[in-house]
Design a protein around this ligand. Structure first.
Ligand SMILES: O=C(O)CCC(=O)C(=O)O
Length: 243
């Protein structure tokens, strides 16, 4: 559960870091389940899993995943964590009793080759006539994340600014604020240990730098919605009323 101070921090800033959301044992299992994921997916994609690849100028570089959508299909442990009581109790504090899964995606920003994720608000992707910006993400650290390997960054309080004008390109993370990715003085970097999770609001401005280190930065983002808030945005009811 979030403490009253943590809840207040989330309401004011639009994000909150929760240490040790997943156990060391579960993180070890995820490491096994996603071992060599880039090559495995390049050789044999899995039904129902959506793959997006890094776009390199150098054709000699081997394929590197930018995003793997529906990661719960390749990792039973991620599938367990996304509907664990620990997770759902926190979500209930943030969005109320009716919680649905929208998606689960792996972001395996690889050592040296992982590129930046541009500044954006997730609601710029999710905005439809029939939904409100009630969704919440939880990004789980599978590796230690640092400034050097491109940890997630947030602009605190920007969830109160309303939906900003985004630019669009036909590519993964192709909805972004003017400037794509650049260092911002008003952003904070959230470094995490494996198993930590950061919860963040659908309207907060976030992004991350390229991975310039020798270590991978594998993260998994779970996106949740209030059940019934936009039919397309609720894949599976996890707690409270059914779909
Ligand atoms: O992994 C990152 O640095 C950002 C991820 C992101 O934008 C998202 O999950 O919505």
């Amino acid at each position: 559960m979030l403490t009253p101070d943590e809840k207040r921090f989330y309401d004011e800033n639009g994000f909150i870091l929760k240490k040790t959301l997943a156990s060391h044992e579960d993180i070890e299992k995820i490491h096994e389940e996603i071992k060599d994921i880039h090559n495995r997916m390049a050789e044999q994609p899995v039904d129902g899993v959506g793959l997006s690849w890094e776009e390199f100028d150098d054709p000699a570089l081997s394929p590197r995943l930018k995003q793997l959508m529906n990661s719960e299909l390749i990792s039973p442990t991620l599938n367990k964590i996304l509907s664990s009581d620990t997770m759902l109790d926190i979500l209930e504090q943030l969005i109320g009793p009716d919680v649905s899964l929208y998606h689960s995606k792996l972001l395996p920003k690889d050592a040296k080759d992982g590129t930046a994720i541009p500044w954006h608000q997730d609601y710029a992707y999710w905005n439809r006539d029939d939904n409100r910006p009630l969704m919440v993400n939880c990004q789980l650290a599978i590796d230690a994340t640092t400034r050097e390997n491109g940890c997630i960054q947030f602009v605190p309080g920007s969830h109160k600014w309303g939906l900003q004008e985004h630019q669009r390109r036909q590519q993964t993370f192709g909805v972004f604020l003017p400037g794509h990715y650049h260092e911002r003085e008003d952003a904070v970097q959230v470094e995490m240990a494996p198993g930590d999770g950061v919860f963040f609001n659908a309207l907060i401005i976030h992004g991350s730098a390229p991975n310039t280190s020798n270590l991978p930065r594998r993260m998994n983002t779970f996106a949740y919605n209030v059940t019934g808030n936009g039919l397309m945005q609720c894949r599976r009811a996890l707690r409270g009323k059914p779909l």
